[in-house]
Design a protein. Structure first.
Length: 319
């Protein structure tokens, strides 16, 4: 019997599932204007995890699920201490990257801020029918939530994606070997991150072809978002390989989703920002993310670090 290609199974389920879930946006005629947008987008996030489960059920039947979960990063990695430190850094660092992209956008003139009047935020609230609290109170609450609470609240849907992209796909593109095997050459690692980032970006096409994230671009938003996914995916891939666990990437993904829209809180309604240029997913954001990617070293631990980590290892399931 011919062996089924596990990567093909994963991609068919992840991409096919995403398009199936997004069909109401395409068939209803209202596109992104439909009230079903957020439920659809959230449901889409679980399709990569369905792909991982499909690979296990179809191609890895003889592998106990506990072992499969470890291979795909659901454990805490070989050193819990390292994983928790990286997770905390990702939790705090991701919103800081978003704020840095916003600050740089303002410095280069890609966005005009209205910190005192919050006019763009007020305009959005008025268009939605108003709000029970003052805009200033809501803005502060949203900022605090994006940094403190939302990364945890977003963890479940973020896991839906990250178990697929960084849990299964990235190691698979590295050859499918365990992450504690001999480190790959740096060029091989970053090439795998590039390919996985492109795949991640294209997977968003059911939404981005409708202009999601870049409403001024229309279908070209699908290609634009690939660039953001490649750079952001490299950072999430780095923390995945560094720890052997998918959880730091899960928290980082949740934090990014929660904070990427902060530009809409502080923008000037008289000069609405072009999201293809300004903010975390615009060209300026790409530059900020690229700087972070450029300074990251090889995500694999050295032999000395690995030996030290092994002494502290407490997780029964390694990544």
């Amino acid at each position: 019997m011919r062996r089924v290609n596990d990567l093909a199974v994963f991609l068919v389920v992840a991409f096919g599932g995403a398009w199936l879930v997004a069909l109401p946006l395409w068939l209803g005629g209202s596109g992104l204007a439909t009230p079903a947008l957020m439920p659809v987008a959230t449901a889409m996030m679980f399709t990569p995890s369905l792909g991982v489960l499909a690979v296990w059920l179809i191609c890895r039947r003889g592998t106990p699920f506990r072992e499969w979960a470890g291979r795909t990063g659901l454990g805490l990695g070989p050193a819990r201490g390292r994983t928790f430190k990286v997770l905390a850094a990702t939790w705090v660092g991701t919103p800081l990257l978003v704020l840095a992209a916003l600050a740089v956008s303002a410095l280069v003139g890609a966005v005009r801020l209205d910190l005192g009047g919050l006019s763009l935020f007020r305009a959005g609230l008025e268009a939605a029918g108003g709000a029970p609290l003052p805009p200033e109170t809501l803005a502060v609450a949203q900022l605090v939530s994006a940094i403190v609470v939302a990364p945890l609240l977003n963890a479940i849907p973020s896991l839906g994606e990250e178990w697929g992209w960084r849990g299964y796909l990235l190691p698979r593109l590295l050859g499918g070997a365990a992450l504690d095997a001999a480190p790959r050459p740096t060029r091989i690692v970053w090439r795998a991150m590039l390919v996985s980032g492109v795949i991640w970006g294209l997977w968003h096409a059911p939404l981005t072809l409708l202009g999601y994230n870049y409403p001024n671009l229309g279908p070209w938003a699908a290609l634009m978002f690939v660039g953001a996914c490649v750079l952001l995916g490299a950072i999430f891939g780095w923390v995945r390989l560094r720890t052997g666990s998918v959880w730091p990437a899960v928290v980082g993904h949740g934090a990014f989703n929660a904070s990427a829209g902060l530009i809409l809180l502080v923008g000037d309604a008289a000069y609405p920002p072009n999201l293809a240029l300004a903010g975390a997913t615009g060209v300026v954001g790409w530059a900020v993310l690229a700087v972070v990617v450029a300074v990251l070293r090889s995500p694999y631990r050295s032999r000395g670090q690995a030996a030290g980590d092994a002494a502290d290892a407490a997780s029964p399931v390694s990544g």
